[in-house]
Design a protein around this ligand. Structure first.
Ligand code: 5AD
Length: 346
């Protein structure tokens, strides 16, 4: 089994049975896999971990994804949309702390909000010319992505969630389609964004084979960023009764993607840190090289509840940056405050 890890490190590729074998490997192989991935990460990035300030722009969403706590038919949610001034205030606070990437994440806003979003990107760009702007705002027409890009956005995160159309249909309402999702990802690439995609690990009805399909999609799509977190049920959604995804499988995937894409940006996600007390550290030890502390105004954080128990304080929060630094230094790492753009290094 260790041989498979060596082959993956050398060739950055396995056939589908190789991926399946690694996903189900024993704990000895798993440790070896993490060790190799960590070595590769350190070769490329040293021991610096990039930080991105996450601004949860809105929990207003026109979609009804069956797993998500801010789906439109969840009437328990008190909806908010930050104002331009509030967003700029988050950026100001983040910039002072040292952040040089801002991630605007939110539900899918009504289409008539596009001009406002584009204007918002322009003002962040104007005030923070040296910062990277990442958007994670769902599906939009190509023209909107283009205008956001022209307004100054550099990166876009849009998880494909699953590359199997049947599985996609079990997680999403009929109005949504895998086809459109993939089309959006293609446009984002064409428009020159650094693009991130990814999945929820252990989402309801996901099979091992689905994950292999996801790996193979990501392999051919070649994203700059790969976002993976365990599925976590949210009590007010139709999928509330499904079990939480596995931390083990999540970190195995971090390592597999690190060996496939040595230069990629892989966050150790909040979801992983939510289901495991040392999740963030385990992610880094498995080859993740990014963390995304929460820069949102504290008052709205509880309303951005994609899943139950979502952590947003202490080392998960921008104001807890010292705690993050302490955690990182306990494993010999530190924060890298650079913008951390994707680049090919060797
Ligand atoms: N559990 C884990 N992750 C979730 N997301 C949404 N709902 C959940 C959940 N219940 C993830 C999706 C989305 C990202 C912003 O949050 O993968 O792309």
């Amino acid at each position: 089994m260790k041989q498979l890890v060596d082959i993956l490190r050398l060739n950055h590729h396995l056939d589908s049975s190789g991926y399946a074998a690694l996903l189900t490997c024993d704990s000895v192989t798993e440790q070896y896999l993490h060790g190799q991935a960590q070595q590769v990460t350190q070769q490329v990035f040293g021991k610096g971990i990039f930080v991105r300030g996450l601004i949860e722009l809105t929990n207003v969403c026109q979609n009804d994804c069956l797993y998500c706590g801010i789906r439109k038919s969840n009437s328990n949610v008190e909806r908010y949309l930050l104002t331009t001034e509030q967003v700029l205030q988050c950026c100001r606070q983040g910039y002072e702390l040292g952040f040089r990437t801002f991630v605007l994440q939110g539900g899918e806003l009504p289409r008539d909000k596009a001009p406002w979003l584009i204007e918002l990107v322009s003002s962040i760009r104007h005030h923070y010319p040296d910062c990277a702007i990442t958007l994670s705002l769902g599906e939009w027409p190509r023209e909107v992505y283009q205008q956001m890009r022209e307004a100054g956005a550099d990166r876009y995160l849009l998880r494909h969630e699953t590359h199997n159309a049947e599985h996609y249909g079990k997680l999403h309402p009929a109005e949504m389609s895998l086809y459109n999702r993939l089309q959006c990802l293609k446009w984002l690439k064409e428009l020159g964004y650094q693009v991130g995609t990814g999945i929820m690990v252990g989402s309801p009805r996901q099979t091992l084979n689905n994950i292999v399909e996801d790996i193979e999609f990501i392999e051919q799509f070649e994203p700059e960023m790969i976002g993976l977190g365990p599925f976590i049920p949210q009590h007010a959604t139709p999928l509330s009764k499904y079990p939480v995804g596995s931390a083990d499988l999540t970190t195995k995937l971090y390592s597999i993607f690190r060996l496939m894409f040595p230069c990629s940006l892989i966050p150790s996600t909040t979801a992983l840190n939510t289901i495991h007390p040392r999740g963030r550290i385990l992610g880094i030890i498995a080859g993740a090289n990014v963390v995304m502390p929460n820069l949102s105004p504290a008052a709205i954080r509880p309303s951005y509840a994609l899943y139950d128990g979502k952590v947003s304080s202490n080392a998960e929060a921008a104001e807890g940056i010292n705690e993050l630094e302490t955690q990182l230094s306990s494993i010999g790492y530190h924060i890298n405050w650079d913008r951390g753009d994707y680049k090919i290094t060797n």
